[in-house]
Design a protein around this ligand. Structure first.
Ligand code: FES
Length: 148
């Protein structure tokens, strides 16, 4: 039986946005999907005031993974890091008007890759990981102290 994809998924799969790499990225995250072995790499160019100025991705994976990467990059481009960290795979799936149930796991890659890239940005700055355990990194998950 053919799988039912929404028009949005098909559109983002056929013409994904923000594909490629960023040479002077200051946050790069790569994650793999344990279920299928697919890989996603996310590049972020983050400004001094922590706005995501540019984002690009490379996904070696299925149509759902490519479509979710594409829409996730659209959703975080121009956003402050604090907002990008709130992006969940449910929000990505909703923005795509849904995914077939067996493909939901593919949408997790985008959320994890964004968190990994943000974590890399903080690591380069010498700050502890500010992402919760879901980022999958091996660092301490101390949330950076907020300056009053
Ligand atoms: Fe691997 Fe979709 S089947 S990410």
């Amino acid at each position: 039986m053919a799988m039912e994809y929404s028009a949005k998924v098909m559109e983002h799969f056929a013409h994904p946005h923000n594909v490629g790499s960023i040479e002077d990225a200051n946050g790069i995250g790569e994650v793999g999907n344990a279920k299928c072995g697919d890989i996603m790499r996310m590049y972020l160019k983050i400004s001094d005031d922590e706005i995501i100025e540019d984002v690009k991705f490379q996904t070696f994976g299925c149509a759902s993974a490519i479509a979710t990467s594409s829409i996730a990059t659209d959703l975080i481009k121009g956003q402050p890091l604090s907002e990008a960290l709130k992006l969940t795979n449910q929000a990505v799936v909703e923005a795509l008007d849904g995914l077939p149930a067996v493909k939901i796991h593919c949408s997790v890659l985008a959320e994890e890759a964004i968190k990994a890239a943000i974590n890399d940005y903080y690591k380069r700055k010498g700050v502890h990981c500010v992402v919760d355990e879901s980022c999958g990194c091996a660092h301490e998950h101390d949330v950076a102290e907020e300056e009053e």
